[in-house]
Design a protein around this ligand. Structure first.
Ligand code: GAP
Length: 516
């Protein structure tokens, strides 16, 4: 646990120190669960966005992208179910005055019990050595089984109470489990109350005529309300998809989760419109396609797993998360939802407008079914960034911090370094920058010894360093150093652009694993 916390702290501080992510309005002590992306963070985010857009929109003839407004007519949120059902169960501790998500308090308690199982496994593995059979141990060890039963019973009861909206039982569960406030240490809790997560605002100048609005809590509804506009103007034939990337807002009750759970965040969503009855096959298709997209980035497969939902949202007939091994454990990264005809059907009802498709092959009108893929851009950023941050011990016993970002996503593709600050080497290096900057984000760096400059670029995650020395003036060759292997190679200046291109080109990456 302490290790996980330390790893996470390292991620947060590295992100700040190297210009990736900082607390919003930091000079005023920050705004909780709101973050700004600094110079390198903005580039990394832009590259992830483009990698998604290319895979989902550009490479699919039957998927188009839109950019809907954040403000939407307030009835949208009545129709989508968000006004009535987009709630979290909250509880306050009367002594610390701190507010918590009641379900999270219970889930964390269950997770602590499950952590005891992991400890038992680790102890047994040490005791039995090579002969250890983990599955057999899990299946037969009485203490492990008791822990597992306890954790399962807690999670089941919580799910049942939430489904029945029995908030009194959620409170009873917190009391029975003797969960204490992490700040005050007391068990002096209020009742559990539902809290709507949407941010409200007003449209219009005068108090009487102002209209109550919400900041959108998901981008998906901007797609649903535009279904017919896009289908008609694009002459789209089912099956087809509409994608978009944009900001979403949720008044989350959060504690120290960095960019994993924010109040203002970005989603990359795609709604795929299909014939009713074909949802099972398209759901499976998109689950597999989305996992392949993740794996194409070269992040080890054991960091991903599917989690099929037992408790379904009001709009879904099947749902799964792609979970990622974040520094604080496996957590949701992306959702794939079979949303039936709930959204279009509901917008038909509330707007009084028909939102149907005429299927020429079937010669009939119907409200299409929808498979949704929905990933948080910030969460994807955290997944890529935390996985990339490594501390390595080198052959000479020294250590280096290296950010092994997939080269295709790295914010700075190459740094150009004159070996020394005279003899025409800076001018030559600047010339290389001038040449490469048309294709890539490149940096020029002449400060400090070259070894320190390499380390600085390793920490930023720059895949290539190009060093200009005296030989460059004679034969137009440079040293090309690779971030991951630290190998150095003498190459002609004229070949630099092609060599970098070869390794950062999105086509090359997306074709791996058959991501598209
Ligand atoms: N349209 C469906 C939808 O919004 P969701 O599971 O609520 O589904 C989808 O959100 C994704 O958006 C999540 O898997 C997560 O990556 C991201 N996300 C949700 N809430 C977030 C938050 N508060 N901060 C950052 N990312 C968030």
């Amino acid at each position: 646990m302490a290790n996980q916390e330390d790893d996470f702290k390292r991620v947060v501080s590295h992100a700040k120190e190297y210009g990736y992510v900082v607390q919003s309005s930091e000079i005023y002590d920050g705004l909780s669960a709101v973050y700004d992306y600094a110079q390198n963070g903005a580039e990394l985010k832009r590259n992830i966005r483009e990698y998604w857009w290319k895979a989902m929109v550009q490479l699919h003839g039957n998927i188009v992208g839109i950019d809907a407004a954040i403000f939407m007519h307030p009835t949208t949120w009545k129709a989508s179910g968000h006004v009535d059902a987009f709630n979290d169960p909250l509880i306050d501790n009367k002594d610390s005055k701190k507010r918590y998500r009641a379900d999270v308090l219970v889930e964390e308690h269950a997770a602590k019990i499950e952590a005891k199982i992991e400890k038992e496994v680790a102890k047994a593995a040490k005791r039995f050595g090579e002969a250890f059979d983990q599955q057999q141990f899990l299946d037969t060890n009485p203490r492990v089984q008791e822990y597992q039963q306890q954790a399962d019973a807690i999670v089941k009861r919580l799910a049942r109470s939430l489904e029945k909206e029995d908030l009194a039982d959620v409170k009873a569960l917190i009391e029975e489990l003797e969960i204490a406030c992490p700040v005050s240490g007391s068990r002096n809790w209020t009742e559990v109350k539902q809290f709507n997560l949407m941010f409200g605002t007003k449209l219009g100048a005068s108090a009487d005529s102002a209209m109550d609005l919400y900041l959108r809590p998901e981008t998906a509804q901007g797609i649903f309300v535009n279904f017919l506009n896009v289908q008609k103007s694009g002459r789209m034939k089912i099956p087809f998809g509409i994608a978009q990337v944009g900001k979403a807002f949720r008044n989350e009750i959060v504690a120290r989760q960095f960019i994993f759970r924010m109040r203002e965040f970005e989603q990359m969503e795609m709604q795929f419109f299909i014939r009713p009855g074909q949802q099972k096959q398209w759901y499976e298709y998109w689950k597999e396609a989305r996992l392949k997209w993740h794996l194409s980035l070269g992040i080890p497969a054991e960091n991903y797993r599917f989690h099929d939902h037992e408790k379904l949202a009001h709009y879904a007939d099947a749902a799964a998360d792609i979970e990622f091994r974040f520094p604080f454990g496996f957590k949701e990264l992306e959702g794939i939802h079979s949303r039936t005809d709930f959204d279009l059907g509901s917008h038909e009802k509330y707007s009084g407008k028909k939102l149907q498709y005429f299927d020429p092959e079937l010669d009939e009108h119907y409200v299409p079914y929808v498979i949704e893929t929905s990933i948080g851009l910030d969460r994807m950023f955290l997944a890529v960034f935390s996985n990339a941050l490594q501390e390595e011990t080198l052959e000479d016993g020294s250590t280096r911090i290296v950010l092994r970002l997939p080269a295709v996503l790295a914010p700075v593709k190459a740094a150009v370094l004159p070996l020394i600050k005279r003899d025409g080497l800076p001018e030559m290096a600047q010339q290389i920058v001038e040449d490469l900057k048309w294709d890539f984000i490149v940096q020029y760096d002449e400060k400090d010894a070259v070894g320190r400059r390499y380390r600085r670029q390793d920490a930023i995650g720059t895949p290539f360093c190009i060093t200009v020395d005296h030989q460059t003036l004679e034969d137009q060759t440079v040293t090309l150093r690779r971030r991951d292997s630290m190998e150095q190679e003498r190459v002609p200046m004229a070949s630099l652009s092609a060599r970098i291109h070869q390794e950062v080109d999105m086509k090359h990456w997306l074709l791996r694993m058959g991501a598209v």
